[in-house]
Structures are given as structure tokens and as C-alpha cells.
Design a protein around this ligand. Structure first.
Ligand code: COA
Length: 182
């Protein structure tokens, strides 16, 4: 799996070394409440360990790709992740970022090399995304990067106030057209 460098960030494949900082930054209701109800809350003390060892590493670089997001000046602390799945379930991509870093454009910056990689090296022609209806930040990342809203479905999230999900699609062509505009 490749490592990517953007203006402010490094994206490295998640490894066991990242488990402590993954746990520290992810186990935050402000993040987890936006995720599918299958994510446990309260987040268990071994949640990141289980996730990385059982859900990521056996699939890493095969049918799933999970990059940790690091600020260039601190390559020891994972502050977020971008996850890509070969088979949509129903989405091909997921992401999260430590709350203290929201609204700096980090996620828009982080998904850019991942989308390039997906379309140019992994052979995807289209990608499907999803977010809770009401998750305006996640929606905005998709809008900015050329995705099209295709529908709304019922879905359960960790925060029970979210009851519907938005479906999105990003084609290779729309990605190529939008990627220099944000
Ligand atoms: C979704 C998430 C990754 C976004 O990360 P980020 O680095 O803050 O995203 P960016 O800064 O690249 O873009 C966020 C956009 O949302 C906008 N935004 C933020 N809060 C908003 C709000 N309440 N209403 C409308 N827009 C909002 C920002 O202004 C920005 O848009 P802009 O560049 O046009 O100004 C982050 O909020 C997060 O981790 N959320 C919790 C987990 C989650 O929701 N994951 C996705 C599940 S589908």
C-alpha cells in the first residue's frame, strides 16, 4: 500500500503501532454519533485494537485499504483515517477526524490522493458514499469533491436522532473534473 503526502498531511497505512492514538482520538461521541449503529458506544477500551487487528489488518491492501491521517509534524499520532472498501456495503469509503481538527479542510485534503489512487491504480470506475442525513460536514466533503446525491434510505446510527442516510455516487469522470476546483 502506498503512503501519500499532501500539503499538510501524511497518509500511512494503519498498523498495530497506531492503536493507542486511534483509540484516544476516535473514542469521542462527537465522532462516533455520526457512524452506523453497528459501531459500539460506549466505545470499548479495546475497540481500536479489535478494529485494527481483526477488521483492518487481515484485509489491508487486498479488499480494504485503511490509511491513518497524520500531521506532518507529528508522525506518531494518528488523528483520523480514510477507509476504502472494494465492495460497497453500501459505501466504498469511510472517514473520521479528531474533533479538534475539524473545519481546517483536512478531510478534503486527505481524500484527494485516496480518490486519485482508487480511480487510477485500483481500477474503480465509480465509488459509492453514504452519510447520516444531517451530517452536514460529511455531506460537504462529498459535495466539494464532485459526488452526486442519488437518494435517501432508512438507516440506524449511533445517535438515534439520525434515522436516514444519504446515498452518493462519484464517477471517475466527475472526480477528474472536480479535483482541481477545491
Ligand atoms: C466529516 C469530517 C471527517 C469532516 O472533516 P473536516 O476535515 O472537518 O472536513 P473539511 O474541513 O475538509 O470540510 C468540512 C466542510 O463542512 C463545512 N461545515 C462544517 N460544519 C458545518 C455545518 N454545521 N453546516 C454546514 N457546513 C459545515 C465546513 O465549512 C467545510 O466546508 P467548506 O470547506 O466549504 O467551508 C469530520 O467532521 C468528522 O470526523 N466527523 C465525525 C465522523 C463522521 O461524520 N464521519 C463521516 C461519516 S459519513
Amino acid at each position: 500500500m502506498k503512503t501519500f503526502e499532501t500539503e499538510r498531511l501524511i497518509l500511512k497505512p494503519i498498523t498495530k503501532q497506531d492503536i493507542p492514538s486511534y483509540q484516544k482520538n476516535f473514542a469521542d461521541y462527537e465522532i462516533v454519533r455520526f457512524l452506523a449503529a453497528t459501531v459500539p458506544w460506549p466505545y470499548p477500551d479495546n475497540g481500536a485494537e479489535f478494529f485494527v487487528e481483526q477488521m483492518i489488518l487481515p484485509h489491508q491492501g487486498k479488499d480494504r485499504w485503511c490509511w491513518g491521517i497524520f500531521e506532518k509534524e507529528n508522525l506518531n499520532e494518528v488523528i483520523g483515517a480514510v477507509d476504502l472498501w472494494r465492495v460497497p456495503n453500501p459505501a466504498n469509503r469511510g472517514f473520521w477526524l479528531a474533533h479538534r481538527h475539524w473545519n481546517k479542510g483536512y478531510m478534503t485534503e486527505a481524500v484527494t490522493p485516496v480518490m486519485d489512487y482508487a480511480f487510477t491504480e485500483l481500477g474503480f470506475e465509480e465509488l459509492f458514499f453514504s452519510n447520516a442525513l444531517g451530517n452536514t460536514q460529511s455531506r460537504r466533503v462529498k459535495e466539494k469533491t464532485g459526488a452526486t446525491l442519488t437518494g435517501i434510505r432508512d438507516e440506524a446510527f449511533v445517535d438515534p436522532r439520525f434515522t436516514k442516510a444519504e446515498n452518493w455516487k462519484l464517477t471517475k469522470k466527475d472526480w477528474q473534473a472536480s479535483k482541481n476546483s477545491f
